[in-house]
Design a protein around this ligand. Structure first.
Ligand code: HEM
Ligand SMILES: *[C@@H]1O[C@H](CO)[C@@H](O)[C@H](O)[C@H]1NC(C)=O
Ligand SMILES: *[C@@H]1O[C@H](CO)[C@@H](O)[C@H](O)[C@H]1NC(C)=O
Ligand SMILES: *[C@@H]1O[C@H](CO)[C@@H](O)[C@H](O)[C@H]1NC(C)=O
Ligand SMILES: *[C@@H]1O[C@H](CO)[C@@H](O)[C@H](O)[C@H]1NC(C)=O
Length: 428
């Protein structure tokens, strides 16, 4: 596609940074010029073999499509109708009944994926693929085909295998995801991997460097903290203001406590994931209440006597219906814009305690670690495309370049779904 006038303007527009962002506690803008000697401290997870990753010889695959219970009608990863408002699981649909994971099933940092696997919308062992991911997100949650494709492609490109399109929704299962089961071509770490899809400032998972590398296990005290913010902000609702305030708080906590805190351009995706709590989890999505009952059921959070939460398998609430209108790339761009603008944060990371470096190279609309205050929802949507198709610079994170075979596959998958959104596309 040739660049549209809109996209040329988008790159050429003169931008002003948030003027007061430099006053965020602990942030030192003058430190943009990094100390290279600190770089070694910011080590990337190598993604080595995880001997504790469970193995289930039974790989059932997602429950097959059944004409009696079509949901949005997505079969084999193709686009469905986008028409939701459907009860899930439909009465009588025993194939999608709640089925808790056994000890050999893989689960990970994403409550949406864990729930989908626990209801057989994804293979119950937690090893899935592109077609399952794209259909599950449409049929279960009524995500639009474009957004479902985008997230699945991100997950597979970062943490899975673009040849088999397989992905582990948790730990490293390279022998089952890779076209090269011996792993000599490289490990495929699954969604648990740090600084690929998963990142610092998660809502209910601790930062990698603050928890001995475990950035994927549900933390009941953090869930209680999110609920406390809901009480203080929105009378107990997990709505967009609650989530915006809580995400801001999580950034401030990581900035202050994590010497290896990293919040690169990709971290903008975490605002998108957070929006699912109020756009997708409630009965009928944004028409319903993101209350404690709904959110805790999807998270598998049950209150305990200590005033925090224990974890049980994630599940769909009883008599739950998905949102009526599909949630797509345009809509999620607006939610990322809303949350980010509510409490703008510098993009960058710590190199040592209290030593924050803003990103000093330009990436899309991000300059000097800031996003211009006139950035639109459409700008954020286009930034998502760039995150998936450009080499993302990292002041301290040392982002890896996208391998050419991965980039070719990503462009093949994403150019069609971004075609009509006015973003400058790369040639595939
Ligand atoms: C292929 C599709 C998806 C993939 C690969 C994926 C992957 C992930 C990953 C890796 C995280 C961790 C991010 C972090 O560091 O905080 C995450 C978080 C999250 N995801 Fe997903 N996700 C997908 C779709 C969904 C859907 C459809 C929903 C909701 C219906 C969802 C809900 C969430 C929520 C609420 C979080 C925040 C978890 C927390 O920290 O409390 N995701 N997802
Ligand atoms: C950005 O930071 C790196 C690391 O310190 C440094 O080598 C580079 O010169 C900086 N670039 C600019 C434009 O300041
Ligand atoms: C939030 O408010 C509800 C209702 O008052 C209360 O039961 C609950 O304990 C509060 N939770 C937190 C974490 O503040
Ligand atoms: C779900 O719907 C059934 C049938 O209408 C009803 O008996 C049951 O009480 C409902 N459960 C909840 C939790 O609303
Ligand atoms: C980014 O920093 C450079 C070097 O200090 C400066 O010339 C440029 O105007 C800054 N850009 C913005 C948008 O602040």
């Amino acid at each position: 596609m040739r660049p549209s006038l809109l996209s040329i303007l988008y790159f050429a527009s003169v931008v002003t940074a948030w003027p007061w962002i430099a006053n965020v506690p602990g942030v030192d803008l003058s430190a943009i010029h990094a100390h290279p000697e600190n770089f070694a401290k910011q080590r990337r997870q190598t993604g080595g073999l995880d001997p504790t990753c469970p193995f289930n010889a039974d790989h059932p695959g997602a429950a097959p499509f059944d004409v009696r219970f079509p949901y949005t009608g997505s079969i084999d990863g193709l686009p469905g109708t986008g028409i939701g408002g459907v009860q899930v699981p439909a009465p009588g649909d025993t194939a999608h009944e709640f089925t808790p994971p056994g000890p050999n099933d893989i689960r990970g940092p994403c409550p949406g994926m864990n729930t989908a696997a626990n209801h057989n919308f994804l293979s119950h062992d937690g090893v899935t693929n592109l077609a399952e991911l794209v259909s599950a997100q449409q049929n279960l949650y009524n995500l639009a085909f474009d957004l479902a494709t985008f997230i699945a492609v991100r997950g597979i490109a970062l943490d899975g295998d673009v040849a088999t399109t397989k992905l582990s929704i948790g730990c490293d299962a390279t022998e089952r995801t890779s076209i090269d089961p011996t792993g000599t071509l490289g490990r495929e770490p699954g969604l648990d991997a740090h600084n690929k899809f998963e990142g610092d400032t998660s809502l209910t998972r601790r930062d990698y460097f603050l928890n001995n590398g475990d950035a994927f296990t549900f933390q009941g005290d953090m869930f209680a903290d999110m609920y406390r913010v809901a009480n203080e902000t929105s009378n107990g609702l997990f709505d967009r203001d609650t989530i915006a305030v809580y995400r801001s708080q999580r950034y401030d906590e990581s900035l202050a406590s994590n010497p290896n805190f990293y919040f690169g351009p990709k971290a903008l995706l975490l605002y998108g994931a957070a929006s699912f709590i109020y756009e997708v989890f409630p009965v009928f999505g944004p028409e319903g209440d993101a209350n404690i009952d709904t959110v805790s059921t999807f998270y598998g959070a049950v209150p305990n006597s200590a005033g925090t939460y224990d974890h049980v398998p994630e599940r769909i609430p009883e008599n739950w219906s998905n949102r009526r209108t599909a949630y797509g790339l345009v809509e999620i761009g607006a939610e990322i814009a809303y949350q980010y603008s509510y409490a703008p944060k510098l993009i960058g990371g710590n190199v040592g305690a209290g030593n924050f470096l803003a990103l000093n190279s330009t990436f899309g609309i991000i300059e000097n670690g800031t996003i211009p205050s006139d950035a639109t929802a459409a700008d954020f949507t286009c930034l998502l495309y760039q995150l998936a198709t450009d080499n993302v610079p990292g002041t301290v994170g040392n982002e890896a370049d996208i391998p050419l075979d991965v980039l070719a596959w990503v462009l093949t998958q994403l150019n069609p779904v971004f075609e009509n959104l006015g973003c400058p596309l790369k040639l595939s």
